[in-house]
Design a protein around this ligand. Structure first.
Ligand SMILES: [Fe+2]
Ligand SMILES: [Fe+2]
Length: 384
């Protein structure tokens, strides 16, 4: 390549470089001193000397979450065709059209139904008004949760170390944004009043958002994500809610994030065992129990026992907490026995002829794929 070189006096270049070197020493030295004195030194956890974020590359984390998320990235326009989303690329649209050409008449009819305003008519033919309201009440619980998941993961992005972990959490931010906007449109399609957050949910989500540093992983990636995973795993097989199966797949990756992160950047003994942290974690779990009483009627209308759902979810929350190393002040088995006792006590007082049962052992996830995904997440599979 031929350029018309502009010649610069080497002395001028040298002088500029010397000035910069002095400025660099002063500015960085000043920031380092402030950091040592805990006085707001350099803010960015970025290691420009090594062209890396503080913490190193963490390629394993990046591959397990960022790369995997991109491989499994789904588009709303393809799966919720009646929605307002137009996120398919030209090539993806062409591929979809080609696939459609190979469908038979009844399959084409089904696809058409799912992509037009007929979707709301389909909901009306599948569900009664009361059932639709029950679905909206239940889904909006996690709809509000998705808004917080978006906000919390945005903050966690600045709490994690390493390039790989940042890439992983960036994908979570992207997926939570998609969950919030897509779920919002799905819920609105039911055309029923959408309830506000209940007090117990408000407490859980606000306190998770206010949690310090990686304690947010506990409230969000352990409790709220397990709730989302359980709910999507249970409802994705209902007519019109098939897109929730894709949400379920995303949430399964999010629940695995704390374990994968702490494998590379372990919590210190003090972070794990600090009495105030353990009490705080327990205080996040316990106030969530009354939510089950609030959704008992709505779940009942859909043929689901709220405490079977609660037991199934609690077992997953406690497993994930244990696996990530989040102590909650009480051994996991003890807490399982306690929750089972509380659930049975409640049912004894509110349900005629209640027979004592093991709610914690219940499984409310339906659908072969969802059960297989959860078996991978909860079976300690290395690729989770
Ligand atoms: Fe989500
Ligand atoms: Fe999530």
């Amino acid at each position: 390549m031929q350029f018309d070189v502009i010649t610069i006096d080497p002395a001028v270049t040298r002088r500029n470089e010397q000035i910069e070197k002095i400025a660099n020493t002063v500015i960085r030295g000043y920031d380092r001193a402030k950091t040592l004195l805990r006085l707001n030194g350099r803010k960015a956890p970025y290691d420009d000397l090594n062209y890396e974020f503080v913490g190193g590359p963490s390629d394993k984390l990046r591959m397990r979450h960022y790369d995997k998320s991109l491989r499994l990235l789904w588009k709303a326009e393809e799966h919720v065709e009646w929605s307002s989303f137009r996120d398919l690329t030209k090539n993806e649209k062409q591929l979809r059209d080609l696939a459609e050409d190979s469908l038979n008449a009844s399959e084409k009819q089904h696809v058409k139904r799912m992509r037009s305003e007929e979707f709301t008519q389909m909901l009306d033919s599948e569900y009664s008004r009361e059932q639709k309201q029950a679905i909206v009440n239940i889904l909006s619980l996690i709809g509000h949760g998705e808004a917080y998941a978006w906000m919390v993961s945005t903050e966690v992005l600045n709490d994690v170390q390493s390039t790989g972990a940042r890439a992983a959490v960036t994908m979570q931010v992207l997926e939570e944004a998609k969950h919030f906007v897509v779920l919002r449109e799905l819920i609105q399609a039911f055309d029923c009043p959408i309830p506000r957050m209940n007090a117990w949910e408000y407490l859980l989500l606000e306190r998770t958002f206010k949690a310090k540093g990686l304690e947010k992983f506990f409230g969000m990636n352990v409790i709220v994500e397990s709730f989302a995973l359980s709910l999507f795993g249970m409802m994705g097989t209902m007519p019109g809610l098939e897109v929730l199966r894709l949400f379920h797949l995303d949430e399964s990756r999010h629940t695995a994030l704390p374990k994968n992160y702490f494998e590379e950047f372990p919590m210190s003994w003090w972070q794990t065992h600090r009495p105030s942290a353990q009490a705080y974690r327990l205080s996040l779990v316990l106030p969530a129990i009354p939510i089950l009483g609030l959704v008992e009627r709505d779940l009942g209308l859909l043929g689901i026992d709220a405490f079977e759902f609660g037991g199934s979810m609690a077992r997953k929350i406690l497993f994930l907490a244990d696996r990530a190393g989040f102590k909650v002040g009480v051994p996991r088995e003890g807490l399982e026995v306690f929750l089972d006792w509380v659930f049975n006590l409640y049912c004894q007082h509110t349900r005629p002829n209640h027979v004592q049962r093991n709610f914690i052992a219940s499984e409310t996830t339906t659908g072969g794929n969802e059960l297989a995904i959860e078996a991978e997440v909860f079976g300690l599979a290395a690729s989770a």
